[in-house]
Design a protein around this ligand. Structure first.
Ligand code: PM9
Length: 458
């Protein structure tokens, strides 16, 4: 495919440095083969995450200058509230410092000990915030999502048969709520269809279950609905978003992704009871309910970014830049999750490094090897991220053992994508020479952020 043309021009640039081969070798060892522990100045192209890494627009920067830093009643909060109502259709908003702040409030309010939360796969921070109040996240995504080769257009869909089984096996009172993630991150950035959301709403109505979204990447999900679902070909993104949200009882949202900002989050709902409970909790953990841990200027940037991030031409370029990288890799037969998702390309580490055992952490190994080859920073999304079973304490080895090449929004050029592809293709050709790792330090919570590894003999 042709590289997608950018619907913007560049006004400010930031120099980046390509460290020498010797420094790269040293840096990844100093970081214990954990790309989270690399210094950013040792990274040439940073594809660790799309979270908080976007380039803001001139309109957003202008908004930062009208930050109202009043402790209470900042006008930027009301601009945010209005943007959430216009774009997502929720009238109540509780601001938080970032997405996990919103998860903390929402899940602590909704989850009681020994309850389960079915979800389309899992996300690391979301799973932990269900576990902290004593709950357990259980998987209800369609089987196709666990198969990297399957080309299902909506691999983020929930499986209603699995949902029925959870109701039958546990009883409805044991289900705290139903959690639905948009553009499922751990499945490869795979969207949920409108049809599935509609059917799930009917199911939840039958059992009087609340349906709460992780709407973090909902604008990118809406783009896929427009691209792939019959009847939405000409529907404005904002209308698709409002219909999606209309089936929910509320959402948690990390603004650091589709809102094109560097920090921020919120939860939003039309349910007065959820709103009142979480608005009261926000003052304990985040800050007053009209700033929730964000500066006024940051709320203004979120408000403007939420609207900007729904522009069709922007989303088309965004999704196609990810696709461009994916197609270059597929042409060279590099194993990736298909179809390509919204925010990242996911390498299938089990197929890339078939000579390694699961206990040698193939995805962690591959992320380290990519850095050493080219100073491109990627992220492990496999067994290290999944962690241990809450009850048995054993490592869990998920079907997907992936390395995520996450594309920050509006930051890198298509030439950067070409550089990345050529490094990975080069590495794929010499994949048999890559030794595995052993974990030598494991923190208790969210171990992928801080764990350390050493190389094992080949
Ligand atoms: N996602 C990501 O890189 C950032 C940190 S975790 C490695 O993908 C979802 C679907 C997310 C997410 C963060 C959060 C938490 C919630 N849900 O990072 O706290 O992808 O703003 O959001 C990351 P915050």
């Amino acid at each position: 495919m042709q590289p997608p043309a950018e619907p913007f021009k560049i006004k400010v640039v930031e120099p980046v440095n390509l460290p020498s081969e010797e420094r790269r070798k040293e840096a990844i060892r100093e970081a214990g083969f954990n790309t989270f522990l690399l210094l950013s100045e040792d990274v040439y192209i940073d594809l660790l995450t799309d979270s908080g890494t976007a380039a803001m627009s001139d309109n957003q920067w202008a908004g930062m200058m009208i930050g109202d830093e009043a402790y209470a009643g900042s006008k930027n909060f009301y601009n945010l509230e209005k943007a959430v109502l216009d774009v997502l259709g929720y009238k109540y908003v509780v601001p938080t410092h970032q997405g996990r702040g919103a998860e903390h409030l929402m899940f602590q309010h909704l989850v009681k000990p020994n309850q389960i939360v079915p979800r389309n796969m899992y996300f690391t921070t979301s799973k932990l915030h269900v576990e902290i109040p004593g709950g357990k996240m259980v998987d209800a995504i369609i089987d196709e999502a666990h198969d990297p080769e399957n080309l299902h257009p909506f691999k983020g869909d929930m499986d209603l048969n699995k949902m029925q089984k959870y109701v039958d096996d546990y009883g409805v009172e044991k289900i705290a709520f139903v959690s639905v993630e948009m553009n499922v991150n751990m499945a490869g950035g795979q969207p949920v269809s409108m049809d599935n959301l509609r059917k799930l709403r009917e199911f939840c109505n039958d059992y009087k279950l609340k349906m709460i979204y992780d709407a973090t990447r909902s604008s990118e999900n809406a783009y896929f609905i427009r691209e792939r679902e019959t009847g939405y070909e000409d529907t404005p993104i904002i209308e698709i978003l409002r219909e999606m949200m209309s089936y929910s009882d509320g959402s948690v949202y990390s603004s650091k992704k589709d809102c094109l900002v560097n920090i921020g989050g919120f939860l939003a709902t039309n349910d007065k009871e959820i709103f009142e409970a979480t608005r009261n909790m926000v003052v304990i953990y985040e800050g007053l309910h009209t700033y929730g841990g964000m500066a006024g200027r940051d709320m203004e940037a979120v408000a403007r970014g939420l609207r900007e991030g729904t522009q069709y031409e922007y989303l088309k370029y965004r999704v196609n830049q990810v696709r461009y990288l994916g197609e270059m890799l597929m042409e060279a037969n590099v194993p990736i999750v298909k179809p390509t998702g919204g925010h990242a390309i996911f390498l299938n580490a089990l197929k890339f490094l078939p000579h390694l055992e699961r206990e040698q952490w193939p995805a962690q190994t591959l992320a380290g090897a990519i850095y050493e080859d080219s100073a491109v920073r990627a992220m492990e999304r496999g067994a290290v991220s999944k962690g241990r079973d809450k009850e048995t304490g054993e490592n869990v080895f998920p079907a997907l053992e992936l390395v995520r090449l996450t594309i920050p929004r509006r930051v890198y050029t298509n030439t950067h994508m070409e550089y990345t592809a050529s490094s990975i293709i080069n590495l794929y050709e010499k994949r048999n020479t890559i030794p595995g790792l052993k974990m030598v330090y494991e923190p208790k919570y969210l171990r992928f952020f801080q764990a350390k590894f050493e190389q094992m003999p080949l």
